[in-house]
Design a protein. Sequence first.
Length: 242
Amino acid sequence: MKEIEGIIIHQLAQKEKDAMLSFLTNEGLLSIYARGIKDNKSKNAHAVSVGCLSSLEINEGRLGGKSLKSATLITYLGENLKSLLDYACFNYALELARKADEAIEDKESAYKALHTFLAMRKEDDSIAHLLAYIAQILIILGERIKIDGCVYCDNKSEIVSYSLDDGGLVCQNHFDKGRMEKESKDQINLLRFLFMAKQEEASRLNLSLIQYLHLLNQYHIFLKDNLGIDIKSFTLFKPFFQ
């Protein structure tokens, strides 16, 4: 038996009163079978809800399977989900953490990035913090975007767009209108900020929801098409694109 601290990022119902927990730690993602936590009398239920930062006592079976013995809540990181937008950001981040874990080698940095997102987000800036979190995951996955000049020629002037597929900013001379779209200065500076500033500094951003959603959509397509990470929670954002 061992005790581990981490964040509950997913629950999958098993039988009538059990659940399989996805538990993100600084050593990676663990799957833990939790018996009886759907029972109203469960002493552990309050500490294993999605969004809980908890300390779990875990039993390990002979074949490596893990089961929950007890859970102690440290703090709940899913508070203040008062709007659909905040709920969508919360779910997108947790699903990304779960689905990206296998490809991530630096488990500690990935855990820290998720904890920062959950701890820093507020109702009025959740999407800014989500974009900063996704940028951190891309960096951890080795997909850092070149923001100090054109990805093709290193030209630092006449930047008119960016390409996540090609890995950076794009100048006028290398702009391909057949597969790129010109971006506003605000949009380009948003991308620069996210890959340059500390994650927690996302609170300083003050752009429109449309600008945030534009980049989120580009992130989402890149994750799915280039990295094979398909985040189903993206559908929660659909009302905001209308």
